[in-house]
Design a protein. Structure first.
Length: 362
C-alpha cells in the first residue's frame, strides 16, 4: 500500500496519476458522483451546430436559458439566477449575506464552511449520527435554532450520507427559521437522482418563503462538470436583484448557455438516467447489505455511504485497493464526524458496479 497524506477529490485524476503511476484515462471514478450515461445525446448531437455562438457575447440576462431552467424545475423565470457552477453562486450568496454564524448539517461538503470563513463568519455543525442511520431528527434540529444564527446550510440529498429531508420537513425548518430571521441555503445538487424528486425538492416552497435559496448545477446529473453551469432559485426578488448586481456579467459562456438550453429538454436522457440509478441503487444496496465487511446506509441519491465493519481494514486501505484495480472511491475520513471506517461510492453501469463490489468485498 502506498503511504501518502493526500486527500483526493473525484476530479483529482491527474494527482492520482502522479502518485500511483496509473494513467488517468485508465481509472474509472466512483468518487465524482457523475451520471454514468455521459453527456446528453441531444447536446452531443446539436452542440456542433451552435459553435458559432462563441463569436458573440451571451445575452446578459440569459433570458432563454433561464426560461429553459424555469420550465425544467417548474417555477418562474424571475426566480432563476445562473452562474459559473453552483460553487460560484454559493460564494456570491455568502459574500452578499455575510453570515456571522452558520449552522451546517454534517457530515457534508466542506466548501460551505470555507465560504463562510472567507467572509469572517464562524460555523457550527449539527451532527447526523450513524446510530440514527444519519437521518435528521427534525424536532431536535429545530430546537437548536436561535436568534444568533444567521444561516442554515443543508445539502439535500446530503453528501456523503445520501439521506434526504422531505419537502414537508423542510417547510417545518423554514417556519422556525423565519421566526429567528435565519436564511436557509439548500444545495440540491443530487435531488434529480432521487426516486420521487417532487417529494424532496424545495423549489415549490420558493413561492411561499423568502428565506430560502436553492443551489443546483449540471455537473452531476447532466454529466457536464466541465461546462461550469449552475443556477440558483429563490422567491426573494430583492436577493435576486442583489446577486445580479454583484455578479460579473457573462458569468456563463455562450457555449454553456447553448448547451444548457438543449440539455434541460432532453426528456429521454433524463428518464433513462433515473431508471438506471433507481435500479442500481436498489440492487447495490441489497448486495452490500449481504456483505460481512460493510454496513450500507440507505441511499436516496446516486451514491452510497458504506461503514467498514471488518477489523484491521480502513478507508485508506480500500481506496488503495480500488486504485490498484483502476477504480477510484471516496475515502470519507476527511468528512466531519466520519473516521477511517467510511467510504462513499457512486452508482455506475451494472458491470462496473459489480466489478467494484468484487474488489471491495474480497
Amino acid at each position: 500500500m502506498i503511504t501518502h497524506k493526500d486527500h483526493f477529490h473525484g476530479s483529482d485524476l491527474e494527482k492520482i496519476e502522479s502518485v500511483y503511476g496509473i494513467k488517468k484515462e485508465d481509472i474509472l471514478s466512483f468518487s465524482a458522483n457523475v451520471n454514468p450515461l455521459g453527456i446528453s445525446p441531444l447536446v452531443r448531437e446539436q452542440i456542433s451546430s451552435h459553435i458559432d455562438v462563441i463569436a458573440s457575447y451571451p445575452d446578459r440576462e440569459y433570458t432563454t436559458l433561464r426560461t429553459a431552467i424555469a420550465n425544467y424545475v417548474h417555477t418562474e423565470r424571475d426566480r432563476i439566477i445562473v452562474g459559473n457552477g453552483s460553487t460560484e453562486l454559493i460564494s456570491l450568496f455568502v459574500d452578499i449575506t455575510r453570515p456571522k454564524k452558520a449552522l451546517i448539517l454534517g457530515p457534508t461538503y466542506s466548501e460551505y464552511e470555507r465560504e463562510v470563513s472567507l467572509v469572517g463568519g464562524r460555523c457550527s455543525y449539527y451532527p447526523l449520527r450513524n446510530d440514527s442511520h444519519f437521518n435528521l431528527d427534525i424536532d431536535n434540529f429545530c430546537s437548536k435554532l436561535s436568534d444568533d444564527i444567521d444561516l442554515v446550510i443543508i445539502c439535500n440529498p446530503n453528501n456523503p450520507t445520501s439521506g434526504c429531508i422531505t419537502k414537508r420537513e423542510m417547510r417545518q425548518i423554514l417556519d422556525v427559521c423565519k421566526q429567528h430571521a435565519i436564511y436557509v441555503m439548500v444545495d440540491e445538487t443530487y435531488v434529480e437522482f432521487v426516486k420521487h424528486p417532487e417529494e424532496i425538492s424545495s423549489v415549490s416552497l420558493t413561492e411561499y418563503y423568502n428565506n430560502i435559496i436553492i443551489l443546483r448545477g449540471t455537473s452531476k446529473f447532466f454529466s457536464a462538470p466541465g461546462l461550469r453551469l449552475g443556477y440558483a432559485i429563490t422567491g426573494n426578488y430583492d436577493l435576486v436583484k442583489e446577486i445580479t448586481q454583484h455578479k460579473n456579467p457573462w458569468m456563463v459562456g455562450s457555449l454553456a448557455e447553448a448547451a444548457g438550453e438543449i440539455m434541460f429538454s432532453d426528456t429521454d436522457y433524463i428518464e433513462k438516467t433515473r431508471e438506471l440509478i433507481d435500479r442500481e441503487r436498489d440492487r447495490m444496496y441489497d448486495l452490500y447489505s449481504e456483505s460481512d465487511r460493510f454496513i450500507p446506509y440507505a441511499p436516496s441519491a446516486n451514491f452510497l455511504l458504506l461503514e467498514i465493519t471488518e477489523d484491521g481494514v480502513t478507508s485508506r486501505m480500500l481506496f488503495d485497493k480500488a486504485i490498484q484495480n483502476r477504480m477510484m472511491i471516496r475515502d470519507c475520513s476527511t468528512f466531519p464526524f466520519l473516521g477511517d471506517k467510511y467510504i462513499r461510492i457512486c452508482f455506475m453501469n451494472p458491470e462496473d458496479n459489480d466489478r467494484l463490489f468484487r474488489v471491495l468485498t474480497n
